[in-house]
Design a protein around this ligand. Structure first.
Ligand code: ADP
Length: 332
């Protein structure tokens, strides 16, 4: 998924930093190995591989992997997304123009309209779309054969996919947050591609504040590069990294404005919870989905937020991180 709000320039750079081969894709050892087997086997059989589902928080490499799949198969790639498919006709138009072996990347697949979902089931399984002509009782379905293609679906919320859709993927890869050492490798590679000097300490500092996410690592790298060019000597070292990340309010654990406002609201306004997701989201002026998919996975993993059946709660680490004292009677 492209970062929301990113400028055109930033998107171009983001594209330029994407690895094109599985071998250049850092980390995600398990998914990489499984995927390479799926691709190698298909290549050996001269067949199109099974449909592939990639799930995980934003910025971990789902779009990049879909491009790698097409590249490794030497196949053309078509890119679309769930929100762009609001009617079955939108999907029919895409499917009916696919060429043999093409890779169709469907980002945010969980946000596709329901009628289109049903059309997709048939297309995935039987390589066919039923084009409905006419309306009401006189409507007829004209079956249209499709060439074999590979669907790569991406979702930040695998749990929201209906079972029948999930079952039609032959392979599901779940991407997890990256370890700091892996992010350092991503950063070294990106620094080389951008032609900037990144010291080991600078790389470690940026990696540690990147929320386990390559997209954030690359974005912070560009901000540190700006700082080093304008206020420093052009080298991305420890001092430049610290100074730049302070300007952009990224704290030492990598929490950004959204993360902190969620935690601040949870502690200051709701006494540490439990508070429902929607209420929490409204209080920070965000959509519940943004809070749930962008901020929460990392905060939960860091032990800074708890999810209970009664709502979101602060942990002892939350209070400590914000430098606040829990209210009397607060228990964990
Ligand atoms: P998603 O689709 O999961 O939101 P993307 O595939 O768009 O994430 O990745 C965001 C950015 O992070 C890309 O510009 C890509 O260069 C970089 N990136 C993601 N994963 C990796 C990786 N494993 N190795 C190197 N760079 C990566």
């Amino acid at each position: 998924m492209l970062a929301a709000g990113a400028s055109v320039d930033e998107r171009v750079i983001e594209g330029a930093l994407r690895p094109q081969l599985l071998a250049d894709f850092v980390g995600q050892q398990v998914v990489r190995e499984q995927l390479s087997l799926v691709l190698d086997a298909a290549k050996a059989r001269s067949a199109t591989p099974d449909h592939i589902l990639l799930s995980g928080p934003p910025g971990l490499g789902k779009t990049t992997l879909s491009m790698i799949v097409a590249h490794e198969l030497n196949a053309p790639l078509r890119v679309t997304s769930g929100p762009a498919i609001q009617h079955a006709g939108d999907l029919a138009a895409i499917l009916s123009s696919l060429t043999e072996g093409e890779v169709l990347f469907l980002d945010e697949i969980h946000r596709m309209a329901r009628p289109a979902e049903e059309m997709l089931y048939v297309a995935m399984e039987d390589f066919r779309v039923d084009v409905i002509v006419g309306k009401g009782p006189g409507a007829t379905a004209i079956p249209l054969e499709l060439p074999p293609f590979t669907l790569v679906g991406a979702t930040t919320r695998a749990g929201m996919l209906p079972g029948p859709l999930r079952d039609r993927f032959g392979f599901t890869g779940h991407l997890d947050f990256y370890a700091p050492a892996e992010l350092e490798r991503v950063l070294r590679r990106s620094a080389e591609l951008l032609g900037v000097e990144l010291t080991e300490e600078g790389g470690a500092e940026i990696a540690g504040r990147s929320r386990g996410t390559p997209r954030i690592a690359n974005r912070l790298l560009r901000r540190v590069r700006d700082w080093a060019q304008v206020r420093g000597d052009g080298v991305l070292d420890l001092d430049a990294s610290r100074a730049a990340l302070e300007v952009y309010a990224v704290d030492e654990r990598g929490l950004d404005r959204l993360d902190r406002s969620v935690l601040e609201a949870l502690c200051r306004r709701f006494g540490g919870g439990p508070v429902g997701l929607s209420t929490l989201a409204v209080s920070v002026g965000e959509e519940p989905e943004t809070v749930e998919t962008v901020a929460e996975p990392f905060l939960v993993r860091e032990g800074l937020l708890g999810r209970t059946p009664r709502g979101r709660i602060a942990t002892p680490a939350t209070w400590e991180h914000l430098g606040l004292t829990p209210p009397p009677g607060y228990s964990w």
